[in-house]
Design a protein around this ligand. Structure first.
Ligand SMILES: [Zn+2]
Ligand SMILES: [Zn+2]
Length: 303
């Protein structure tokens, strides 16, 4: 199977003096290369995921690698058959990953935990007195996470500091391992844990995506799939014999990783829906949504 397109996932903590001007020229670059996707730009750096042809993605990587602001990015590259985003969105924000620490905000360039390569992560994970923290949102870890990880019930990254303070006792004195999709959230989150006075903290270098691509560990210890921010919605991680799917269709309970949005537009919630249930009963996350859609069909999202 040839895959003439690529999805790139990347981040870079770096000083960007004038984020507005940088965003404008970055947009020109993306338009010239016909890239689609989502990029956040802040004074502290940038965080993006884009899709384009192999050739355009290669030229994009070359352009960023040659720019002192973005040199040294650890690119995560996935081959795909077509564009994985419907449009291009480039936004300027206060932070590339908002922890909303206000006055206590800090840069991961000053403070972040030790990075563990996939091979080391796999071994340290098995030690006693280790806690794993999934630094992603609940809808992300629902379809896949490391076995035994703490799974914070949060809707957004900015709720993590509060979660840490509530679970302080379980973390105290432990070796703490944090992981996220591509690594950027852990740069900040692990630094936050150190700032909170927890001392033995490590982060998964390159995140789940890199762990899944590593030919030695082959995703060992990860259950389910990894939620991604493009139209694929999830990608496989564990390529060992112990791989399994851990999430279920919200309607029938069969194992499935198929995320869809509820067709009842005022709801629009993302939920897991197997193909058979969608065919037979429609794409509704719960029966009240189906009933509401029948009463008021105008608010149903097609497709
Ligand atoms: Zn089902
Ligand atoms: Zn619904």
């Amino acid at each position: 199977m040839s895959a003439p397109f690529e999805v790139l996932l990347y981040y870079k903590y770096s000083q960007i003096e004038n984020p507005e001007a940088y965003a404008a020229s970055h947009r020109e670059l993306c338009l010239r290369l016909n890239l689609l996707g989502r990029i956040l730009i802040a004074k502290e750096g940038l965080n993006g995921t884009v899709s384009g042809t192999e050739e355009d993605c290669r030229r994009y990587r070359e352009a960023l690698d040659a720019d002192p602001i973005t040199a040294g990015i650890a690119w995560k590259i996935d081959p795909v058959l077509e564009h994985a985003f419907p449009r291009l969105s480039i936004k300027v924000r206060d932070e590339v990953v908002p922890l909303a620490l206000g006055e206590d905000d800090f840069s991961p360039e000053e403070l972040t935990a030790t990075h563990l390569k996939p091979e080391d992560w796999r071994e340290v994970m098995k030690e006693d007195d280790v806690v794993l923290i999934d630094a992603r949102n609940d809808y992300e870890w629902e379809i896949g996470h490391f076995k035994g990880a703490m799974l914070p019930k949060v809707n957004s990254f900015r709720e993590m500091p509060q979660w840490v303070r509530e679970h302080r006792e379980e973390l105290e004195g432990k070796k703490i391992l944090t992981y996220c999709t591509g690594g950027i959230r852990c740069e900040k989150f692990s630094g936050f844990l150190l700032k909170e006075g927890l001392t033995d903290v490590y982060q998964l270098d390159g995140g789940i995506v890199t762990y899944g691509k590593n030919e030695e560990v082959r995703g060992e210890g990860f259950e389910g799939e990894c939620y991604v921010f493009d139209e694929r919605l999830s990608v496989p991680v564990n390529r060992t014999e112990g791989a399994k799917i851990i999430s279920q269709c919200a309607q029938c309970g069969e194992t499935s990783v198929r995320y869809r949005n509820c067709s009842w537009m005022p709801c629009n919630a993302q939920f897991i829906c197997c193909e058979r249930c969608e065919d037979e009963a429609g794409r509704y996350c719960k029966s009240v949504c189906r009933e509401a859609a029948i009463m008021s069909p105008v608010a149903v999202v097609g497709g």
